[in-house]
Design a protein around this ligand. Structure first.
Ligand SMILES: [Zn+2]
Length: 284
């Protein structure tokens, strides 16, 4: 499932391709992904609008458009869910089977494809108001992080997935950050010392920054003709390296030796999500 770094890389990739392109036609194959925006409203507002910017907030893509009529900019929110992909195709290219929304932009078309339909492309932005601080921005302070953690007896791994505590972490980077910070994923969030909180904050910022830097070096391909990356749910260019999941130290490595101490990495299920950790390095 794409997390903050994957979305950030996608945003950086798509932004220059979309800006100044005008939506000439809206094709809705799976109106469910627009919820709660109605089909009619989506068509009416998007028709003729011009992309003016693209940003990321948490795991959301925040598209900015100038409407055909009226000065007020439009915000369209995208979420990749589990399997969503967003890319541009030449106008004449056939659409993939699971294309949910297609925005015709003249010589190209913007495609939102989703095989499992957990993703979203909507004009409803209420989800943004609930998000906690951006982990790479200055407002993600140790103080704010500590206050959010102190209110909860949930295990720290589970709490890190709570988007109101910090926005953008998912299963992969929560496991990786806890390994870097040498913290057991089962520790109650409210029991962390200030020193542990500082270490964890630094680890979160470190893993995310590294993942963005690493992802930014991978050339992306609009149609995924070179096959899909196992972390990035959109195509990889033909000459791109096969995979860069090696940068993950614990995630999906159960039964393999810890890269730091050699102990076998374990997995456990917490709140219906799998956590990977080193029982030796992450004892406290
Ligand atoms: Zn270890």
């Amino acid at each position: 499932m794409p997390e903050l770094p994957e979305v950030e890389v996608l945003v950086r990739h798509l932004s220059p391709l979309l800006v100044n392109k005008r939506v000439q036609q809206v094709k809705l194959r799976r109106p469910k992904v627009l919820r709660p925006t109605s089909l009619r409203l989506f068509r009416q507002i998007l028709g003729g609008a011009k992309f003016s910017g693209l940003k990321r907030r948490g795991k959301y893509l925040v598209f900015e458009l100038q409407p055909a009529n009226g000065p007020e900019p439009i915000i369209m929110l995208g979420h990749l869910g589990m399997t969503g992909r967003m890319y541009l195709l030449p106008a004449e290219a056939p659409l993939p089977k699971h294309a949910a929304v297609v925005l015709c932009l003249g010589h190209e078309q913007f495609v939102f494809e989703d095989t499992r339909y957990f993703g979203r492309l909507t004009l409803d932005c209420t989800a943004l108001a609930k998000l906690g601080p951006e982990p790479l921005e200055p407002d993600f302070t140790c103080g704010a992080f500590a206050r959010a953690l102190r209110r909860s007896r949930q295990a720290i791994k589970v709490k890190l997935l709570d988007q109101t505590v910090v926005a953008g972490l998912g299963n992969i980077y929560a496991s990786e950050a806890l390994f870097r910070a040498r913290l057991a994923p089962t520790l109650p969030a409210c029991g962390l010392t200030m020193q542990q909180i500082k270490r964890l904050r630094r680890a979160i910022r470190g893993v995310l920054a590294m993942a963005i830097a690493s992802g930014s070096t991978v050339p992306l391909d609009y149609d995924g003709s070179a096959g899909r990356d196992d972390l990035f749910y959109f195509g990889r260019a033909t000459k791109a390296p096969a995979s860069y999941s090696e940068r993950l130290r614990v995630y999906d490595r159960a039964g393999e030796p810890c890269l730091r101490c050699g102990t076998l990495i374990r997995r456990r299920v917490q709140a219906a999500r799998t956590t990977f950790y080193c029982p030796h390095c992450q004892r406290q």
